[in-house]
Design a protein around this ligand. Structure first.
Ligand code: SF4
Length: 404
């Protein structure tokens, strides 16, 4: 089968995935003593607790944590790894807030402030529209753009590019629009959905702990507002992603509580399709106290996410943030999606990302096959899938080894 479909709820997961776990986890004697109780729970399809999560974060053998995470990934998706053809168009960098970690926002008067009006946005998107089926649009909280501005923008985009699904506006942007337009979250989301909004990205979750939020993103939506906005979207039939920004000032326990709150929402709604854990990038930002995550910590956090988030189908290795090399490795640590062709992106690149933007499907497929997986192109909401068969690669250069 080279192409298939799934429901939005399953999002491409094998609905019987839990029944495959005993075979994939195998004999408990093959696991270290400390991991055995957790491996047993995974094998039985039981939910992991906060205490289990701490053990996973502190376990000295990282590859064993990755191996267990990969059992779940394989049960859900076999060796498939997903990507899509998308472009990021960040509509404005003007923002009424000034989150401490943000390198992107500008005040309205800043020399390099910009705001794409509807025509400029369509022109930008038009440069890529032929090659993509998703536009990912997030930006600053513009003081003058309310719900009607975005409704017009989405309507015009859908009319001009009907094949391009709109994934746009993080929870804090929804909150901002609803305040500016004096509408409830439900009415705001309904208006935007009716104008063409297809799904919400997960950005802005940072860490769902109001003490941490007061320091790193004072003024942004609270933890409960983030969850409420996503819950409301799910109830309106709008699927969403969720994220976690780690490596700022949070504790391991706060990371785990973040995951636990998300999975509890999904117990009720099944509307979160993908979790995107990404580390804080420090350049040009204002958070000197951040405890930056190392490469191993990034892989471990991805693996722990896969193990804790039993009700969220996909775990994304966000290559715009962690780079192609770690994203490729993350596919062996529980991640199953590496985002898309992207083409254009500002937020992570202003914060220090050097990930190339010019990837086409062939280069993405190469990352995936090198990680031992099968590249599968998906649509935005994980309902349509097609195995992508790249052309045969050129034979690799044989490097001469130096003689001793
Ligand atoms: S993270 Fe978002 S809300 Fe916060 S300052 Fe940056 S653009 Fe504004």
């Amino acid at each position: 089968m080279s192409a298939w479909e799934s429901s939005v709820l399953d999002a491409g997961s094998n609905p019987e995935w839990k029944s495959l776990l005993p075979k994939l986890v195998g004999d408990l004697d093959t696991w270290s003593e400390r991991m055995q109780p957790i491996a047993a729970k995974v094998s039985n399809g039981e939910r992991l607790t906060l205490a289990d999560g701490i053990v996973l974060f502190e376990h000295p053998n990282l590859s064993e944590v990755g191996r267990l995470a990969n059992c779940i990934r394989s049960a859900r998706f076999g060796s498939n790894a997903f990507f899509n053809s998308n472009v990021h168009v960040n509509q404005t960098n003007i923002c009424v807030l000034a989150c401490k970690f943000c390198a992107f926002r500008r005040s309205k008067k800043a020399k390099d402030a910009y705001a794409l009006d509807i025509n400029a946005y369509l022109e930008d998107l038009g440069q890529y529209a032929e090659h993509v089926d998703e536009v990912h649009s997030v930006g600053g909280l513009h003081p003058d753009w309310g719900v009607e501005h975005y409704a017009e923008l989405f309507k015009a985009s859908r009319e001009r590019f009907p094949h391009v699904s709109i994934k746009a506006l993080t929870a804090v942007e929804i909150k901002h629009l609803s305040q500016l337009s004096n509408m409830s979250y439900k009415d705001t989301l309904q208006r935007l959905r009716d104008a063409g909004l297809g799904s919400l990205p997960g950005g802005g979750a940072e860490i769902l702990d109001d003490g941490v939020r007061a320091i790193i993103c004072n003024g942004k939506e609270s933890s409960s507002e983030y969850l409420e906005i996503h819950r409301t979207a799910h109830e309106l039939g709008i699927p969403t992603n969720c994220t976690m920004l780690f490596g700022t000032i949070e504790t391991l326990e706060q990371r785990l509580m973040h995951m636990i709150q998300l999975r509890e929402v999904n117990d009720d709604t099944s509307g979160f399709q993908c979790f995107v854990p990404y580390p804080f990038l420090p350049d040009h930002t204002r958070l000197p106290e951040a405890q930056l995550a190392t490469g191993s910590e990034i892989l471990r956090t991805i693996a722990v996410s896969r193990l804790m988030l039993d009700t969220i189908p996909h775990i994304k290795a966000y290559r715009m943030n962690i780079g192609d090399e770690l994203a490729e490795l993350a596919l062996q640590y529980g991640a199953d999606d590496i985002d898309g062709t992207v083409q254009k992106e500002s937020i992570m690149h202003l914060a220090g990302s050097t990930t190339p933007l010019d990837h086409d499907r062939i280069r993405l497929a190469r990352l995936i096959t090198d990680a031992g997986c099968v590249p599968v192109q998906r649509n935005t909401t994980y309902e349509r899938f097609e195995i992508f068969v790249p052309p045969e690669p050129k034979p690799r250069r044989g490097l001469k080894m130096a003689s001793p």
